[in-house]
Design a protein around this ligand. Structure first.
Ligand code: FMN
Length: 254
């Protein structure tokens, strides 16, 4: 048995949550970064007994849209899947439902799902410090339960969410490079949607950019930034919706 772990974690929170959630499994794990444009996804073939784990952050209550065509290339052939989303203390809305629908269409049997809070990557004041110790304990517990469920046969899984899915809204937060940029090109190589100009790494195509902030996260010189005034305004707009401690939720089959 092998666990295929497909993940997108532009600023590291999803990966942190994912690592705890799969800690109960001691089988061989193959990690596939959904942001890696060199991975074609068509050659991934699953054997009977393998499991597939998909972990993505919520963007606008949805799956970051560039991921959907990649997941559609997979053929599950009846293997079991665990679905994970992280969210920045507002809500995950239709994210799990969207992953579940996509995976089921590709022949996976979705057995369990988790929505977990992780620091808001754009507005880090919200969900600050999460996952914290209390979360880690809870997520370890979820991991054990998910492993148990995936080793048995169960009925269908219901996750929260509605159809039609919430409208995907792009946010006007687009990082730029500043003079500390040493032209190493890492941001250009790692951008999951190729929004950074090859001719000038400091320039980003605002239409293509999904505001994931992966370029800010990987920059070795901290040369990429987001306009602080725009951030402050966004923080104020989101204050009510992102306040209070939001919960981690485990979905198990009926
Ligand atoms: C473009 C964008 C949209 C987001 N939309 C939401 C949202 O609708 N609800 C929410 O709670 N968090 C939202 N977040 C926060 C992320 O889901 C959260 O911080 C996630 O854990 C980031 O994962 P990462 O650390 O792996 O990048 C959004 C973040 C970005 C970049």
């Amino acid at each position: 048995m092998k666990a295929y772990v497909l993940y997108f974690s532009p600023t590291g929170g999803t990966k942190k949550v994912l690592d705890v959630l799969i800690s109960a499994w001691d089988c061989e794990k193959k990690y596939i970064d959904l942001a890696n444009s060199k991975e074609s996804f068509v050659n991934i073939s699953f054997n009977n007994g393998d499991i597939c784990i998909v972990a993505v952050p919520t963007f606008s209550g949805r799956v970051p849209q560039f991921i959907i065509p990649k997941l559609r290339k997979l053929h599950g052939n009846g293997i079991k899947a665990m679905l994970i989303t992280t969210y920045g203390n507002r809500a995950f809305d239709d994210t799990l439902l969207e992953i579940k629908d996509t995976m089921e269409a590709g022949g996976f049997v979705c057995n369990c799902a988790v929505a977990a809070v992780s620091r808001h990557s754009v507005l880090p004041k919200y969900g600050e410090g999460r996952p914290d110790e209390r979360d880690i304990g809870e997520l370890k517990n979820f991991s054990v339960k998910c492993k148990e469920v995936m080793s048995k046969q169960f009925g269908s899984l219901d996750v929260s969410g509605n159809k039609p899915y919430r409208k995907y809204v792009s946010i006007p937060i687009k990082p730029k490079g500043r003079k500390q940029c040493i032209n190493c090109g890492l941001c250009y190589q790692k951008c999951p949607v190729h929004a950074i100009s090859f001719d000038n790494y400091r320039v980003c195509d605002k239409k293509a950019c999904i505001s994931c902030l992966h370029c800010v996260y990987v920059c070795p010189k901290k040369a990429r930034y987001v306009n602080p005034v725009v951030l402050r305004i966004a923080e104020l707009i989101m204050r009510k919706r992102c306040s209070g401690r939001k919960e981690n939720i485990l979905f198990l089959p009926r």
